[in-house]
Design a protein around this ligand. Sequence first.
Ligand SMILES: [Mg+2]
Length: 228
Amino acid sequence: MKILLWDVDGTLIRSGNAGHRAMNAAALAVFGLQDAFTNFDFGGRTDPWVLDLLCQKHALDASPAHLTRFYEVYVDALRRELHNPRALICAGIREVLASFHTTPGIAQGLLTGNIVAGARVKLEHFGLWDYFAFGAFADDSGERNRLGPIALDRARLHLDRSTLSPSDLLVIGDTPHDIVCARACGAHAVATATGGFTYDELAAHKPDLLVRDFTDPAPLQRFIGALG
Ligand SMILES: [Mg+2]
């Protein structure tokens, strides 16, 4: 059994900056900050990490109630902001998810810096949410590198396979953070140049498999086949 753990932004979908605008809306509503996230680099970061940075930058003393409200406003705004012409599913993704969904010996989950509610809104928008029965999210930890072992536990529980090991995992993402996250938990690192990093930039971080996109699923299929 092999477990594909997909990142969301830049890997499965592109939100057309819906995430940025929704974060801005939440920062305005909850903290009164205008355009708070405009120059932030979200790539490969988790939502809590980004929010933490904002609080540090503006010396905000955010209470749990503030954070709850922030994410409520964020998710509502996200739902609206995804209706923009630049929001899209990355090339080949719908087909590759559908194909692996019915491939024996493969299970698909999420490993993402999104909070689960945000990931769900983004993927439901494109009709992709139902491909994923489990995952690790920013609600579980603000540190992406801690999400691999959590995803492994969820996969074991969901599939009722306690023998699954890190070497059964493929962490698939569009940034060097995803590659580091895969290394941190002993998973295979698969990188795709559909997000904010070019093929050559990702190659410098030596993922185990690097693709330009998933329009041709054969390289990933061969890679999985070679794992045995
Ligand atoms: Mg990403």
